[in-house]
Write a protein that binds this ligand. Structure first.
Ligand code: GP9
Ligand code: MN
Length: 424
């Protein structure tokens, strides 16, 4: 039965209920939401250069008129893109192994597309890959998406493909006809593809020199990142030309890392920093933008993660989520949960970065203590260690036990509780 949900439910409500409705509550009410998943884009390329040239000129400028989060972490595991999708749709953690999209696609969820669907939104995913990749066709249906424009919705040829498939510029261009005829307000998720390992690009599409290091992967990465940056700029232009821009908010998010720690040496040279476990965690930051046409920009540096996207979007849309169960919190609230947990148990707080038994000073990277060899309770990170473990395990229990089938999201009470009350 669902009794184990009661404890988890209490934890989630205590930790994530943020009462304050900020000035931004409902700012995007009834507007379209255009969510862009930026394949393998990491924060370290933003406002950075290769051979003296900006890698992401458009995304750098976009910071000026967006809410831009520069300490925003991906929380994905083996499910890669699908994990990032799962996190933003549900504000739950992905599975420690495998992909929830495959292993628990039949569970009861209370997803973002479903919630906003109940508020009159039409929802669609646009992604030029086979519909069954990551089991998306099955999972999207369960999550309540109205439509999936998969590879069959696109004209894919030798010329307009590279690497994993349709080039991003062609993808956005061909997507416009679907967007223009879509019922409004809509929630659309665009999943890009070109900036995917091994970062292949046709020579005519390269507008920046490769980097020069022992890693072909890193060397090529900057070129495909630059290409993605240009494709996003083109997409923004299409949105403006068609007038969709004015009625929309645009959310951009890196899905997960692109450069693994297999490329330590090259990364260390590029960043001119020692590659240690602290830097490895800091490299799990991915860009997160909320662009609201007509609004001034702001860089927000507080620690944040993908888990926070769902409550944040619901806040902007002015949708009351007080009966929802999530592990994230609205990023605009003052009084928020003060850590971001990565899926491997590493975490980041205002003051600390914890990973592999080591507690670092977040600001300086200085190693404060190593928990092995310390008496319990002595690590500066100690108070968070158990809570992070508990939180990840609660999320696993929800998913592995399909516990949301016992919860009535409308009544704000678990079904098992109600039954108990009735029996008394
Ligand atoms: C595939 C694309 C990339 O459709 O989303 O998947 P990834 O390998 O990054 O999970
Ligand atoms: Mn991906």
């Amino acid at each position: 039965d669902g009794n184990e949900l009661t404890e988890i439910e209490e934890y989630m409500k205590d930790e994530t209920s943020v009462e304050d409705k900020t000035d931004l509550y409902g700012i995007a009410k009834d507007k379209n939401v255009i969510f862009i998943s930026l394949e393998s884009l990491q924060t370290f390329v933003i406002n950075n250069t290769v051979n003296g040239e900006e890698v992401t000129p458009f995304l750098n400028d976009l910071i000026n008129d967006s809410y831009y989060f520069d300490n925003f972490y991906h929380q994905t595991e083996q499910g890669k893109t699908s994990d990032s999708e799962f996190i933003i749709e549900n504000s739950l953690y992905p599975s420690p192994r495998g992909a929830v999209y495959f292993t628990h696609a039949q569970n009861d969820f209370h997803s973002l597309p479903e919630i906003i669907g109940n508020e009159g939104y039409y929802s669609a995913v646009l992604h030029a890959n086979n519909k069954s990749f990551w089991n998306r066709d099955v999972m999207y249906e369960n999550l309540g998406y109205d439509k999936f424009f998969d590879i069959d919705a696109y004209e894919v040829t030798e010329e307009n493909s590279v690497g994993w498939g349709l080039k991003d510029k062609d993808f956005f261009r061909q997507s416009m006809k679907y967007l223009e005829s879509m019922k409004q307000p809509f929630y659309t998720k665009f999943i890009t593809l070109t900036n995917h390992y091994p970062f292949e690009l046709d020579p005519e599409d390269a507008t920046i020199e490769k980097y020069d290091s022992n890693s072909n992967t890193l060397n090529s990465y900057f070129q495909t990142v630059k290409y993605m940056d240009e494709s996003i700029e083109e997409f923004f232009n299409y949105l403006k030309e068609t007038g969709i821009y004015e009625d929309s908010i645009i959310v951009l998010m890196g899905d997960h890392y692109g450069i693994s720690d297999f490329h330590k040496k090259a990364m260390s040279t590029y960043l001119d920093k020692e590659y240690n476990d602290y830097l490895h965690v800091q490299l799990q930051r991915v860009p997160f933008y909320i662009h609201i046409p007509g609004q001034e920009g702001k860089v927000i540096s507080k620690v944040a993660g993908q888990i926070d996207v769902k409550p944040t979007l619901l806040h902007l849309l002015g949708i009351d989520d007080s009966t929802d169960l999530s592990f994230g919190t609205n990023l605009f609230a003052e009084d928020r949960k003060d850590f971001v947990a990565l899926r491997d148990g590493s975490f980041i707080t205002d003051n600390y970065v914890y990973t592999k038994d080591q507690c670092f000073n977040r600001a300086t990277g200085e190693l404060l203590d190593t928990t092995t060899g310390l008496d319990e309770g002595l690590s500066a990170c100690q108070p968070y260690i158990e809570q992070v473990e508990k939180e990840l395990s609660y999320s696993d229990q929800i998913i592995f036990g399909d516990l949301f089938r016992f919860y009535d999201f409308k009544d704000n009470t678990s079904k098992s509780n109600t039954e108990e009350v009735n029996e008394e």
